[in-house]
Design a protein around this ligand. Structure first.
Ligand code: SAM
Length: 269
């Protein structure tokens, strides 16, 4: 597939990310709370999947693996898994390969193309990569290909951003005279009906995640609303103690204010 105009938005963006962030763990996501929560979600999900099937010798594909940070953490925790990382940006792929992780196959691919899925997998993961596909039709194509390349009984774990909670967050911000947050130009948030289509056409049913899907809701409310209202001039702009303190006090998963949702889908037999 020849790069389209919107592909250039993605490729240019990640070329800069690769140059500026290198192998840093917060590459592609500056907020460390989100990164930690995502890694926790994927590791816990893989643990449950392995315990349920009784072994840790299954295959896992990370679609849009970036600089390989997530697969590095997975390899450390579950060294016997058969791991694959598909990446669209040549610069991020080169960084992932430079980790020289034994037994991890990082390869160039495009989630929208059938040929980028070399086989069926037991588990497929995506971490904010489907939202980088800027055409609705192509997002659907990628989600359908993911579903088609899961073995029966296999799981798709995703941390992706959704439009509906963003509307909620912005409604709460406007009540406090704060401006709307808009998705950046390299993201197109998913909508709930995308997920219903997976169930109806691809035998993928949503099952309960190991962590609540709205786990990050409290963090978003505190950091994107309360903190903005309380912060005095000259106060810390991001990632403050105040945010950690309040989010911990309220506990995770209050309300529906996190665009990023942790969701789990299982391929029916
Ligand atoms: C938000 S980043 C997340 C990367 C990595 N999961 C992380 O958390 O650092 C999304 C990744 O998806 C990749 N990506 C975008 N479009 C893609 C496509 N069509 N096929 C495969 N990967 C894609 C991007 O290059 C980028 O590395």
């Amino acid at each position: 597939m020849e790069p389209t105009n919107s592909d250039h938005i993605i490729l240019d963006h990640y070329k800069k990310v690769a140059k500026n962030q290198g192998l840093h763990r917060n590459s592609t996501i500056q907020d460390p709370v989100i990164r930690d929560a995502e890694i926790g979600f994927f590791l816990k999900s893989l643990k449950r999947f392995g315990e349920d099937r009784g072994d840790f010798n299954f295959s896992v594909l990370d679609v849009g693996c970036g600089n390989g940070i997530l697969l590095t953490k997975i390899k450390e925790r579950f060294p016997t898994l058969d791991l694959y990382g598909m990446e669209f940006s040549p610069e991020l792929l080169a960084l992932a390969k430079s980790r020289e992780l034994s037994g991890v196959d990082f390869y160039q691919g495009d989630a929208r193309l059938k040929e980028s899925y070399p086989k069926k997998f037991d588990v497929i993961l995506s971490e904010r990569s489907i939202i980088n596909i800027l055409e609705a039709r192509e997002q659907k194509q990628a989600l359908y290909l993911i579903a088609d390349h899961l073995n029966e009984g296999g799981c798709y774990f995703h941390s992706e951003s959704y439009f509906e909670p963003l509307v909620n967050l912005n409604r709460a911000r406007r009540e406090m005279q704060l401006e709307n947050i808009e998705p950046s130009k390299h993201n197109r948030f998913l909508r709930e009906f995308n997920i219903l289509a997976l169930r109806d056409h691809k035998k993928l049913v949503e099952i309960e995640s190991v962590m609540p899907s709205n786990y990050l809701s409290t963090h978003f409310f505190v950091s994107r609303i309360l903190h903005q209202l309380i912060r005095p001039e000259g106060g810390k702009v991001k990632y403050s103690h105040l945010v950690s303190f309040m989010a911990e006090g309220f506990g995770p998963g209050v309300g529906n204010y996190s665009p990023i949702l942790f969701r789990t889908f299982k391929r029916r037999n």
